[in-house]
Design a protein around this ligand. Structure first.
Ligand SMILES: Cc1cc2nc3c(=O)[nH]c(=O)nc-3n(C[C@H](O)[C@H](O)[C@H](O)COP(=O)(O)OP(=O)(O)OC[C@H]3O[C@@H](n4cnc5c(N)ncnc54)[C@H](O)[C@@H]3O)c2cc1C
Length: 357
């Protein structure tokens, strides 16, 4: 199949985009996946796995289960040259084509077993607490509050968010509906204040927390649900440092190649594509890039490459096991209908199928 440009494809990052890309290319190229963990996890199912640890059995998938014909390097990439990728362990991995898919940085354990145990520990923390403080009102904080409110209605849940509204990544209507839903489930939501986690103190009945508005809150434990940093800090010391925009995103052309580079692509949350950062869009980018790489490897001309068009503003935030709030391009709805789309199995079946499992 080699069109003269070589067929070694190295993919950095085994998240939603990188894993699908590897799976799609494995029988058409010499694929190497570099990822610090041995597994791919369906990130949006993690919060369900915290309230129901066995849920993780299907949402945490060893890379080897879907990547049967590729090399897996369990490490982080720390540098890139024109010809190879350097890992933290000092391995030099040569490439003909490189794809960067390092999305967001989430320090999680290396093995699947450790990750499943982590869900059990988090679950014990939830079940043994009577009152829980959630710090952060983005998708993670809101979905997590929803999971606890539905599965453990007897617990007191407080959610503190620094912004003036929840879910700032989508529209005001969705935020209002989510707020209304959470309050209807007795979740206490406090906006425009920050929790100072350095001033936390143990008291007779749990812990006390202080917020930026001078309030004192009491809870048995807290969960930090603030946004994860982009996985691009390591690129700042590489030859791609000038390819990062001011937010730390990789600037790409219409074919998802890093601007000015012919053989280096980027997919998923790490790119500067002006669209809402969602996994289904990261998957679309991965599928298109797999096709483009196949064309390039068979010697097709650049004019044959597909171009990426930014996606719509569709996003669904689950609210427990039955409900969700969905932002569709022309309307926003909350309740059982969007819940039927996402909240029962959190797209786990659909994602596994996409991965050939
Ligand atoms: C609570 C929540 C709910 C969500 N719900 C949905 C939903 O319902 N539907 C949807 O479509 N999207 C949803 N999303 C968004 C979705 O999770 C992201 O858009 C998606 O994960 C992006 O995929 P990615 O492959 O770009 O990055 P990620 O999935 O973040 O993967 C990045 C990978 O890169 C690896 N990595 C990082 N740095 C390095 C390095 N230096 N070397 C090697 N590997 C590295 C990481 O280990 C990780 O495996 C949700 C997000 C959240 C937080």
């Amino acid at each position: 199949m080699d069109g003269g440009g070589g067929r070694r494809v190295v993919v950095i990052g085994g998240g939603v985009a990188g894993s699908l890309l590897c799976k799609s290319l494995q029988f058409d190229a010499d694929v190497t996946l570099i990822d610090p963990k041995e597994y791919f996890e369906i990130t949006w199912a993690n919060l369900r796995a915290m309230v129901e640890p066995s849920f993780g059995e299907r949402s945490v998938i060893n890379h080897r289960d879907y990547l049967t014909n590729g090399r897996i390097v369990t490490s982080v990439a720390v540098n890139i040259t024109e010809k190879e990728v350097l890992t933290a362990e000092g391995q030099e991995i040569p490439y003909d084509y490189l794809v960067i898919a390092t999305g967001h940085n989430d320090p999680v354990p290396q093995t699947r077993e450790q990750r499943l145990n982590e869900f059990k520990e988090e679950n014990e923390k939830i079940t043994s607490a009577q009152s829980i403080l959630i710090v952060g009102g983005g998708p993670t904080g809101v979905e997590f509050a929803g999971e606890i409110a539905v599965d453990f209605p007897e617990k007191n849940v407080t959610l503190v968010h620094s912004g003036s509204r929840l879910l700032e990544f989508i529209g005001q209507k969705a935020a209002d509906k989510a707020l209304e839903w959470l309050r209807s489930k007795n979740v206490e939501v406090k906006l425009q204040q920050r929790v100072d986690l350095n001033s936390t103190a143990d008291s007779n009945d749990g812990k006390t927390y202080h917020t930026s508005t001078g309030e004192t809150l009491r809870a048995d434990c807290h969960f930090l649900c603030t946004g994860k940093p982009l996985g691009s800090a390591w690129l700042k010391d590489t030859m791609l440092k000038d390819s990062l925009d001011k937010h730390g995103r990789l600037m790409v052309d219409e074919h998802l190649r890093v601007k000015g580079r012919k053989k280096i692509f980027a997919v998923g949350d790490i790119t500067d594509i002006p669209e809402i950062k969602q996994g289904y869009l990261a998957q679309n980018q991965a599928s298109m890039t797999a096709k483009n790489l196949k064309l390039l490897m068979t010697g097709k001309q650049e004019s044959k490459l597909a171009s990426y068009k930014p996606g719509s503003t569709l996003a669904i935030v689950s609210l427990g096991r039955r409900d969700a709030v969905a932002q569709f391009p022309f309307m926003t709805v909350c309740g059982i209908f969007p819940g039927m789309i996402k909240s029962r199995d959190m797209f786990v079946g659909k994602t596994r199928k996409k991965m050939g499992l």
